[in-house]
Design a protein around this ligand. Sequence first.
Ligand code: NAP
Length: 243
Amino acid sequence: MTDLSGRVALVTGGTRGIGLATAKALAEAGATVVLTGRDESRAKEAAAAAGASAGLALDVTDAKAVSTLVRGVAKEHGKLDIVVANAGIMEDALLGMIKEDLVDTTLSTNVAGTLHTVQAAARAMMRKKTGAIVVLASIVGEYGSAGQTVYAASKAAVANIARSAAKELGRSGIRVNAVAPGVIDTDLTAGLAEDAKADNIARTPLARLGAAEDVAKAIRFLVSDEASFVTGQVLGVDGGLVL
Ligand SMILES: NC(=O)c1ccc[n+]([C@@H]2O[C@H](COP(=O)([O-])OP(=O)(O)OC[C@H]3O[C@@H](n4cnc5c(N)ncnc54)[C@H](OP(=O)(O)O)[C@@H]3O)[C@@H](O)[C@H]2O)c1
């Protein structure tokens, strides 16, 4: 089992789904974990469920709040080793139906939110010249998806945040990677029609939807020393759906 004892980790969007499963997986491996969500009481409840040391309120669209929270966590624990920029939203719209609001909310959460988190993480990790960051891309960011142009564009940007930050931060001992999940059974995909789910399963070599824990295990690998020479990668966690 991966050993993360002595590591301090922060997971954004840790109140449910992939973020909650990741917080649990990191805590089970021995890390001290802080998770965040937009609502403080939901974050506290999730922290208790995950075995995390704290659950804090944070909206990742607020650059100043992200910077303050990340600095605070690093100060309280004396360092910050692992950051998982997981918070994200998904809303579908066909090209002709895309409203400006949807563009703003999606880009400010998925792109700017991830950027704020990676930026703050890099600042906190730079001093110790070590750290591992994972961001949440998606298969649709790599391959596109009808009805998901805005979301796919946001996730393509997230993958390139990982690649660019990896190039910039490598010499400071900081690794940055992305995971690109396929269709994972969480609140985010709960609205998918049953026939769309069945179609996805039929096209997936491993013949099922992903579980949040499948993605969490891949993230735990990427932030661990097992991945010590891995940076700038976008790791598919999709059961082979894109093949
Ligand atoms: N599920 C999939 O099939 C799938 C596939 C590819 C990629 N992903 C990506 O994986 C990540 C997690 O997805 P999920 O399926 O676990 O989604 P989820 O179950 O809907 O959870 C989303 C999490 O993000 C948080 N969040 C949303 N907006 C936020 C904001 N502005 N500031 C801070 N936190 C915010 C939510 O917290 P609160 O609501 O409590 O604030 C929640 O904890 C997302 O980036 C998503 O795009 C998911």
